[in-house]
Design a protein around this ligand. Structure first.
Ligand code: FAD
Ligand code: EPU
Length: 356
């Protein structure tokens, strides 16, 4: 009998179109760099194999979590189930000259896509440059930055509906987009986004009103900006303000800016004139969570390896080996301090996994 060659380190099995790995480390798959594990990690490269993957007994019988690049999640525990990574690629364009309809596979990197659209001469996504993560995750919390939200450009979302066991095409209205919110966040676990369809114009009025963009364009010596100038200004601002996850673990803003009623906003801005408040079309007011957290004394503080960034008070950071539980405990301290001092309830922005 000839000896069988066994590779002890290779727990990854190629199933043709997708791979399965048991007891997989997620440490490099979440930007907070929490050392969590998944009972099973399924990485899919061929969208046509999704149903086969979902029918695989170990996947069908347990819990499922879809993960992109892990830039908006906090693992407080190991995931006892299957973590499904959409690694599908591909971009399809239909252009009628002035507008393009672009279908993008869920696994494409968001920032690559933005840069590609700018290179092709399409406008719209310039304010959303340099946001980490995948295209498939962009509609989940309706990513936004510098006065723009992705919802403005999403025509429809293609998804696998776990309840109905079929592919569905959800139009813009059905997606129920709102500030850092959508149908997908409201019904977690129901949809696996497989592709996003965008509608992008060749030109449109640029958004340069968000604090800092205009000043940055002036610094760059640009008086007639094109979309790529705005993108460059946003890259400058983001690089200056936000810590880089390659240098220190973080998930961007850890809290949403709270939407409060006008009476509370008036009372707080009366008491604290420096508190940034953005009036909303529905009469409510969005308050700067960063300002309140800084005022409550948390900016730059550290408890073991869990901390709040000294560059931006909304950013929870992992200085090295903080566990998800330690990071979550600090986040909860921040929430109770802001509640106590300002009477405002903060909500975490990332999906916190393992607390139920
Ligand atoms: P993940 O973190 O992997 O997942 C996020 C959520 O989406 C999870 O609930 C997950 O289950 C779900 N999900 C992911 N893919 C799918 C899919 N295919 N189908 C169904 N559900 C899915 N966000 C902003 O809005 N604006 C910013 O300016 C911004 N700046 C950031 C800066 C930094 C430095 C970092 C680290 C994060 C920042 N974020 C920002 C947050 C993050 O980049 C976005 O939320 C991004 O869309 C997450 O993409 P992801 O692929 O990493 O998703
Ligand atoms: N501020 C402070 N202390 C700080 C940082 C900010 O007081 O340490 C105050 C300043 O007054 C500043 C105001 O907060 O004027 C707003 O700051 P910033 O422009 O950085 O925006 P933000 O409200 O903190 C939001 C998004 C970011 C997005 C930026 C730019 C949320 C939760 N966060 O942050 O999104 O990039 O605006 O549009 O809405 C993310 O979601 O992960 C994220 C990074």
């Amino acid at each position: 009998m000839s000896p069988e060659r066994v590779n002890l380190s290779a727990a990854r099995v190629d199933m043709g179109g997708y791979t399965l790995t048991e007891h997989a480390s997620l440490a490099r798959r979440n930007t907070l760099r929490v050392a969590a594990r998944a009972s099973l990690l399924a990485e899919i490269h061929d969208a046509g194999k999704l149903q086969a993957l979902l029918d695989y007994p170990a996947v069908r019988q347990g819990k499922l979590l879809v993960l992109g690049e892990g830039s908006n999640v906090l693992f407080t525990d190991d995931f006892d189930g299957t973590v499904l990574v959409m690694a599908t690629r591909g971009v399809q364009v239909e252009s009628d000259g002035d507008t393009a309809r672009i279908a993008v596979a869920a696994g494409e990197r968001w920032d690559d896509f933005v840069r590609w659209t700018l290179g092709q001469g399409y406008a719209g996504l310039e304010n959303l440059i340099l946001i980490p993560g995948t295209v498939g995750a962009a509609p989940i919390q309706n990513i936004g930055a510098y006065g723009c939200e992705v919802a403005e450009f999403v025509e429809s979302v293609e998804a696998w509906d776990i309840n109905e066991q079929r592919v569905v095409m959800l139009d813009h209205g059905t997606c129920a987009f709102a500030y850092r919110d959508s149908l997908f966040k409201q019904q977690p676990g129901r949809y696996i986004v497989t592709a996003v369809r965008f509608r992008l114009p060749r030109s449109r009025a640029l958004r340069t009103g968000y604090a800092g963009i205009h000043e940055q364009l002036v610094r760059m010596g640009v008086d007639k900006p094109a979309p790529f100038h705005v993108a460059e200004a946003v890259v400058h601002l983001r690089t200056r303000k936000l810590p880089d996850p390659a240098v220190i673990g973080n998930a961007g803003s850890f809290f949403k800016n709270p939407l409060v009623n006008a009476a509370l906003a008036d009372r707080l801005t009366g008491e604290y004139p420096e508190l940034t408040a953005w009036p909303q079309p529905d009469g409510r007011c969005k308050l700067s969570a960063a300002w309140m957290i800084e005022r409550a004394g948390f900016k730059g503080m550290r408890e073991g390896d869990a901390g709040i960034s000294n560059r931006h008070a909304l950013v929870l950071v992992n200085h090295g080996n903080a566990t998800g539980t330690e990071l979550w405990a600090l986040a909860q301290r921040v929430m109770s301090a802001v509640q106590g001092q300002f009477g405002v309830t903060l909500e975490p922005e990332p999906m916190v996994i393992g607390t139920d």
